[in-house]
Design a protein around this ligand. Sequence first.
Ligand code: PHE
Length: 352
Amino acid sequence: MAMSDLDTLLNDAQAAFDAAPNAAELENAKARFLGKAGRVTELLKGLAQASVEEKKTRGAQINQLKGRIEAALNARRDALAQAELDVQLKAQALDVTLPGRQRGKGGLHPVSRAIERIEAIFGSMGFDVAEGPEIETDWMSFTALNNPENHPARSMQDTFYVDMKDAQGRWLNLRPHTSPMQVRYARAHAQRHASDAAGTTMPEIRVIAPGRTYRVDSDATHSPMFHQCEGLWIGEHISFKDLKVVFTDFLRRFFEDDDIQTRFRPSYFPFTEPSAEIDMMFGHGPLKGRWLELAGSGQVHPNVVRNYGLDPERHIGFAFGMGPDRLAMLRYGVNDLRLFFEGDLRFLSQFR
Ligand code: PHE
């Protein structure tokens, strides 16, 4: 066989490899040239009858051809693999211009917002902010606040009792109001004063104490866990007039409505005398013209002042207790208190 036949074979192989559109077809083409019954194998078989001399030269030529065909095959294999990779890369391409997936932004709970507002406004009027324990002693929740033992006033709040006593053998409860904080704060203040500056004028006590409170109660406007904010202002000349001014000013600033009016309605609490419910009426908006009950208040009872460790002949003032949950409902237009405590993001994310 002439040299040109070998060249033709090489060209045929190259053409067949180039025409193979994928790896499987390429392997078929390979079999046609290099396989057991392939054309190159046939050539080698044909040498069997050749002379020794011819075997040597032709054999070398055929082997060279085989090497070239294999090189062409490998080149085509690489090209096909590369093409496949390109297709895959294109299909799985990252679009770096797509907006990224973001972590949801958190926000303050509406009740926390209301409490922060309360703190900021009273803070600007010189009130300190105090926090206290949610598990209280019977003495702090009731006795110190002038609820005589076994007096029906003790059941004014539906208290959750804790089946445990403190080190002094006093029963514990989940505080049903923040009023124990009047006692805790005033006692600490009076003691500090007694040790620091005996005999000099007692500086004023001006504090608010927001926090969680608990009662056996649950409906659209009551939750077994709710919030209160206590206020206490004790000094030598603090009167109901100051309470009216401070509270009215607070409400006007809290709701950003300068036309809010307040009304003090006679009431009863064991720890204040006289006592009053504070009602308010918006000057604007959908609730304008309706009296809304907002807080309990009154002049601190002399027995309570005594329990502060102060002299009720000298120290006089007022206390109030309001509900930040209710303030938040009014400010944000929420009509069901329970929404605040269900943790539903569809509700909460509206306040981000
Ligand atoms: N502690 C009272 C309540 O929970 C509110 C209050 C506080 C009343 C302070 C008077 C003075 O209803």
